[in-house]
Ligand binder design. Structure first.
Ligand code: AMP
Length: 463
């Protein structure tokens, strides 16, 4: 998953992008980057591995002048964790500089890449986004709008994009609308970002959320509507609302906080925990869900787990051994809340089960009499091919184990998952992509997706 931002017609645009990327940090922590365009159209770029705070300092920002900028935070879903895959991508082609910041995952990139390579294209990264760059650059259409349109019409899957051609920005959302993108106004300029929380941070006001298939051009702070991409059935990613987006954002026309509270309320109605003494969340992603559960059940809400905020998301770290160790680094139980109590633990989702298993052990060691786990989404049974970093099907506990086996593996007294219908209703009804829960994939998912995951043997340093 990734966070993207574009800034047009705002002085010191790179600094605005930098601040916005702080608010999008939860969408990716592997790399961060900004390209700025000087008034005469000269691009400057800084990308680095790690967090926004690790990549940029005052001196770096001063090396990124101009009133146009494109920024990106990344964690890999295709392509490996190397600097060559960090974004935004920057190339020079026949119409000048081309910068691309991509959120999402292309499902037919491997197929197109093979075709391009056979015809002589050279790739410097293993990221699917480079395929788009090639398609734009190779298009014989006379202007950038048509080049981008013809490239996008060949792509399948998820793409919310900010594309800079010289000083002109283009923003576009794929016709199914998997990933969010929102347009904002800042003084005389425009800021386009993955989530509204980025607009809040920089002091921009929301103009509108971009709709599936919407395509706009932004020049010197003016938004011009272009003909939308060819319509497809809409399938917004429900997991954005359940887990990925920040609760202070508005996406897909919904308040993320409201959706999560409602999911918690419905969870309490579908899977009550009669006789329990306290309910608490696994902070922070399920805070609003635990609140909803408490409201609907009348069970007292407490802070039973304390999270160390100076650790990245454990899921993102590659090896299994590291993930287990990181549970303890990240969470510690509050004994006074837990000892002798029958507790309900609310989490947003269960993926591998590793985190939850470690947490349950800790909660029992802190003296809980009973542990009832409640999950505010259905069992995850399939990988996401559209940009959420879920593991392979074999690693997903709910795809390989029965409910009783999961309960025993986690060591809980009872286990309850929110139903698909309950989740979709809490999220406002859709239409949604819920393929990871239901197996109902909205696009063809070729085996070749796997091939893009192979690391490139060529590692280019651009520090
Ligand atoms: P586990 O117990 O190992 O299955 O991990 C479940 C936890 O991972 C939940 O608390 C979720 O908040 C979190 N989670 C779910 N999906 C993702 C994801 N794609 N990236 C990072 N964390 C996730």
């Amino acid at each position: 998953m990734c966070g993207i931002i574009g800034v047009s017609g705002v002085p010191d645009a790179a600094r605005v992008a930098y601040l916005g990327l702080y608010a999008l940090q939860h969408r990716g922590q592997e790399s961060a980057g900004i390209i700025s365009l000087t008034p005469d159209g000269e691009p400057r770029m800084k990308v680095g591995m790690g967090l926004v705070s690790e990549t940029f300092d005052e001196a770096e920002l001063q090396r990124l002048p101009g009133d146009v900028a494109v920024g990106h935070t990344r964690y890999s879903t295709t392509g490996s964790t190397i600097l060559a895959n960090a974004q935004p991508c920057l190339v020079n082609y026949r119409l000048g500089s081309l910068s691309v910041a991509h959120n999402g995952n292309l499902t037919n990139a491997a197929e197109i890449k093979r075709d391009l390579v056979n015809r002589g294209s050279i790739f410097t990264s293993s990221s699917d986004t480079e395929v788009l760059v090639h398609l734009i650059a190779r298009s014989e259409a006379p202007d950038p709008e048509l080049q981008i349109r013809s490239a996008l019409e060949r792509l399948e899957g998820a793409f919310s994009l900010v594309i800079g051609v010289g000083r002109t920005l283009y923003a576009v959302v794929d016709p199914r609308g998997f990933r969010p993108l929102v347009l904002g106004r800042m003084g005389d300029g425009i800021v386009v970002a993955s989530e509204t929380c980025a607009l809040d941070l920089v002091g921009a006001t929301v103009v509108r959320e971009m709709q599936p298939g919407e395509f706009v051009r932004i020049v010197d702070g003016v938004i011009e509507d272009l003909q939308p991409l060819r319509a497809r059935p809409v399938s917004r990613c429900v997991f954005e609302l359940i887990y990925f987006a920040r609760p202070d954002s508005q996406i897909f026309g919904e308040s993320v906080d409201r959706v999560r509270r409602e999911a918690g309320r419905r969870l309490a109605m579908e899977h009550p925990a009669p006789g329990a003494d306290v309910v608490f969340s696994v902070p922070d992603s399920s805070n609003a869900m635990a609140l909803g559960f408490s409201e609907a059940s009348g069970i007292k809400l407490e802070h039973g787990l304390i999270r160390n905020h100076y650790v990245g998301r454990t899921f993102i770290h590659p090896t299994q051994a590291l993930r287990v160790a990181k549970v303890k680094i990240k969470f510690n139980p509050v004994r006074g809340v837990i000892a002798g109590q029958r507790v309900v633990v609310v989490d947003d989702s269960l993926v591998r089960g590793t985190t939850s298993r470690g947490l349950v052990q800790m909660i029992r060691a802190a003296g809980a009499r009973e542990v009832h786990l409640r999950l505010a989404s259905p069992p995850i049974t399939g990988p996401c091919h559209y940009g959420i970093d879920t593991p392979t099907r074999e690693e997903l506990i709910a795809s390989t184990h029965s409910m009783d086996e999961i309960r025993d593996y986690l060591g809980v007294d009872t286990l309850g998952y929110l139903s698909l219908e309950g989740m979709v209703a809490a999220a406002g009804g859709g239409p949604f992509c819920h393929a990871c829960f239901s197996g109902d994939y909205p696009t063809a998912v070729p085996n070749e997706v796997v091939q893009m995951e192979r690391p490139s043997t060529l590692t280019v340093s651009r520090a």
